[in-house]
Design a protein around this ligand. Structure first.
Ligand SMILES: Nc1ncnc2c1ncn2[C@@H]1O[C@H](COP(=O)(O)OP(=O)(O)OP(=O)(O)O)[C@@H](O)[C@H]1O
Length: 318
């Protein structure tokens, strides 16, 4: 891992909760990844996978139990003073004083931020300039999320941590936030994003990692992660023809076959080849296939595959 070149470099990172010396709970179990300068990296995961526990270590809010983190070449916990002015954090829970107005909140935040941009400018970036005089308690959930984002942007950060930035936003708000995040990335900001929305990671991330039970189950570009998963071909056979009448999966270039009644699903790494073999077989026998559906693997499918291993993984000892 090239620590100098990376905006974020994580090596064998571990985080254990519980009194020191006790067995405790290992929330992060030795993960490694790096994020290049100007890259947008998404951390996805099942519930309780350890995303927030990891991001807090990257932000320098806690010390790791093991392994190392470097943000812009520095240890974010030990060298907080060097890292904090150059990063922006959008936390999961805003926790802002409810009685202050939007502008007062932003001014208060700007007072603690070195080199802060004008408050109006940061509110304008997230479409909240027109709500400057509204009290925080009167904002909708989505508006509060946008305020959290504008506060994270105040210091024009080189590295921006976005922990579930679009939770509670409607479709338009989500698109606007995506647009803003893309613009920031295009301007050179490094972004580390955690999200529960797979389409958000697909829309924004240059690379991503999927965490599960404290480990990185898979990582890479979306296309590479998806390519590692088999595609599906499904169809329904007519009455009188059973799945056992089909050639064996290997003869169709498929990995496996499931069937329920007349419904058949083939899993294959070569969708075109398997689909061709099935269609030729059906034509030779003059069999009509209902509901023929050829589908490449998706990020959702890759994610669900990882999530389905939950029970076995949680029983592992780190
Ligand atoms: N302060 C704590 N003490 C003990 N266990 C904790 C603490 N904080 C988190 N955990 C546990 O660590 C694990 C990872 O939690 P974390 O919040 O990092 O996961 P996450 O991936 O962000 O989850 P989600 O997607 O549900 O927000 C969970 O099992 C959680 O219960």
């Amino acid at each position: 891992m090239d620590v100098e070149e990376s905006a974020i470099a994580v090596d064998g990172l571990r985080r254990r909760y519980g009194p020191s010396g006790s067995r405790g709970f290992d929330a992060v179990r030795g993960i490694s990844f790096s994020v290049a300068r100007g890259e947008l990296f998404a951390l996805l995961g099942t519930n309780g996978a350890g995303k927030t526990s990891t991001v807090e270590l990257l932000e320098g809010l806690a010390a790791p139990t093991g392994g190392a983190v470097r943000v812009l070449g520095h240890d974010p916990y030990e060298e907080r003073g060097k890292v904090r002015p150059r990063i922006g954090m959008m936390l999961q829970e805003g926790g802002l004083p409810p009685e202050l107005t939007v502008a007062e909140t932003a001014r208060m935040w700007a007072g603690c931020t070195s080199g802060a941009m004008p408050v109006r400018e940061s509110l304008g970036l997230v479409g909240l300039a027109g709500r400057a005089d509204v009290r925080v308690k009167m904002l909708s959930g989505g508006e509060r999320r946008r305020l959290d984002l504008s506060l994270a942007l105040l210091g024009r950060p080189e590295v921006l941590f976005l922990d579930e930035p679009t939770t509670g936003l409607d479709a338009e708000g989500r698109r606007d936030t995506w647009e803003l995040v893309r613009t920031l990335r295009d301007q050179g900001t490094t972004v580390l994003l955690t999200t529960h929305y797979l389409e958000e990671a697909e829309a924004l991330a240059d690379r991503l990692a999927i965490m599960h039970a404290g480990r990185i189950a898979t990582s890479g570009r979306v296309a590479d992660i998806v390519a590692a998963r088999p595609s599906n071909l499904s169809f329904t056979l007519p009455d009188g023809v059973s799945a056992d009448d089909l050639p064996p999966p290997a003869a169709l270039g498929a990995l496996e076959r499931d069937s329920l009644g007349q419904a058949v699903r083939l899993r294959t790494r070569d969708l075109q080849h398997t689909a061709t073999e099935v269609l030729l077989w059906a034509r030779e026998r003059r069999i009509g296939l209902e509901g023929l559906d050829a589908r490449s693997a998706s990020l959702e499918e890759a994610f669900l595959h990882i999530a389905s291993t939950v029970d076995t993984a949680q029983g592992e000892t780190p």
